[in-house]
Design a protein around this ligand. Sequence first.
Ligand code: ADP
Ligand code: MG
Length: 620
Amino acid sequence: MKLTKSQKRTLGRILLSAGLLILVSLLRWIGILPDVWYILLPCHLVAYLPVAWQVILKAARNVAHGQIFDENFLMLIATVGAFVIAEYPEAVFVMLFYQVGELFESIAVGKSRRSIAALMDIRPDEARVERNGEEVILSPDEVQIGDTLIVRPGEKIALDGIVLAGSSNLDTRSLTGEALPRSVGVGDEAISGCINISGLLRLRVIKPYGESTVAKILELVESSSLVKSKAENAVTKFAHWYTPLVVIGALLLAIIPSLITGEWQRWLHTALIFLVVSCPCALVISVPLSYFGGLGCASRHGILVKGANHLEALANADTVVFDKTGTLTRGSFEVVRITPVSGDEGTLLAVAASAEQASNHPIAESLKHAYSTRSAHPLPQADGIEELAGYGVRAVIDGSTVLVGSAKLMEREGISYIAEPDVGTAIYVCLNGAFLGSILISDRIKKNARETIDVLHACGVRRAVMLTGDREDAARAVARDLSLDGYAAELLPADKVERLEALLKDKNGTLVFVGDGVNDAPAMARADLGIAMGALGSDAAIEAADIVLMDDDLKKLSTAIDISRYTRRIVHQNIVFAIGIKVLFLFFSIFNMTNMWAATFADVGVAVLAILNAMRTLKK
Ligand code: ADP
Ligand code: MG
């Protein structure tokens, strides 16, 4: 274990103090130091100051800022009080142990911070760029769009780019948590933050560093620990009113019984024990540390959570609403049948693919893919392409208006079409108002979908519901195969929001929306918690969601819920444990059943155990 400079200094001060305390006690025991206050007080003060000095400074600084009551202040009055009633060794011991706890805390926080940084070891230091025929090494933010980036095997990709030459496998593990490498070849997009495993790659840079995936993710991870969970805010508020209350309680405990019984020494002592015991450090540190660990653990699994509040909300998931295409299903459609009204299949496919050129909807990608593999017809030039969210696309080809999309689109435009009778997603094509034909495509359910829905139900999610813009029969088949608790089909993006509103009215916890970021940003924004999957390479999804699953494996969803519940459990354990022990010792102190040594042990012990417990979240 490596300590930082300031931690080493603290350790040194603790050892010095402890040594001096032992020395003074020994001298006193063998009778060299006489038992008179004007000798003992200065001797113990010498042992006290190395550990107390920082605390005195901090307390003074806080008082200057008007924040009187914090744990430094508590410790200070407790120890000064002990000096006043001539409990010298106790005074030194309390401060000594308080510092041991603080040192431990600082090591724990440092450790979890470092491990998050290590988990996200994706920041590129330099980029190798070809300029004027020569290779130069630049800092990533000096590279411009259009530059040629050269990535040797073993190097990290510094900026997002398109492969110009070469082919290779990319290690995406530090981004997605997934061990399986991705293969890329000419024309594919290579995402920054990945490591080039095998071949030499030449990339054309398509985004400046600030907008590259790697920069976006780092920004997200770095800002996420600033967003506090409700539990953390509650603890801060709690400490705010709790500490003054404790001080008042201690004062009352010192004065009232003393006035009645006349035993000032005894009740002052009790009040001091009360002060030591009631220090809230165990809670103040362990709750944020647990969430911090939970966030770190999630990012190691390729799950980016934009704040502790979202992790907390996920643990209370009651209803999970899924988008269908690309979320529950793979979104890579196979063309089942092409039915042109007249002419050949290749032409119909070419018209459709041409109109879909600019769309990144899974259907568009599939039609383009089908065209490139099964049509020999040249791709016509399309202009004025317009995406009609939830319906399809409109484009102008050779001066004629082409519509490609759902039956709903045909109805909206008043076009008579021949409905596709079979199950699947039907795409209709029309040219200048005349129906050209239909393309039946079918999608497959993702491999972990069934399992994920079962896990959700098993861990207390009441409803798993699907909202889709696709046809009723395609939706029904998926809902039945996955045993969903409900579905609604043929919805436009605005209808999805409306359905969501209805579900929001009837829920006992968090309403989670899970989508792939295509056509579902409004729903994602309206839900209590938006989760985007397959976000690697999709900026829109990274922006809109509260939780980002880096790849599109549904298993990550159950992992995320798992981590959130585990973190919540640890936070609850710590709260119950810390408050329980405190209440017990407060009780002991009032009835004079404990002493300052035991109280100090209890206080620091609780903090140390709570911190150790909190750090388990990081390891999961
Ligand atoms: P989902 O809710 O399943 O993700 P969308 O809301 O994205 O579906 O789309 C709903 C329907 O609109 C699709 O099933 C399809 O029929 C049609 N559609 C949307 N975008 C396109 C497109 N680019 N090309 C063809 N059809 C589309
Ligand atoms: Mg979709």
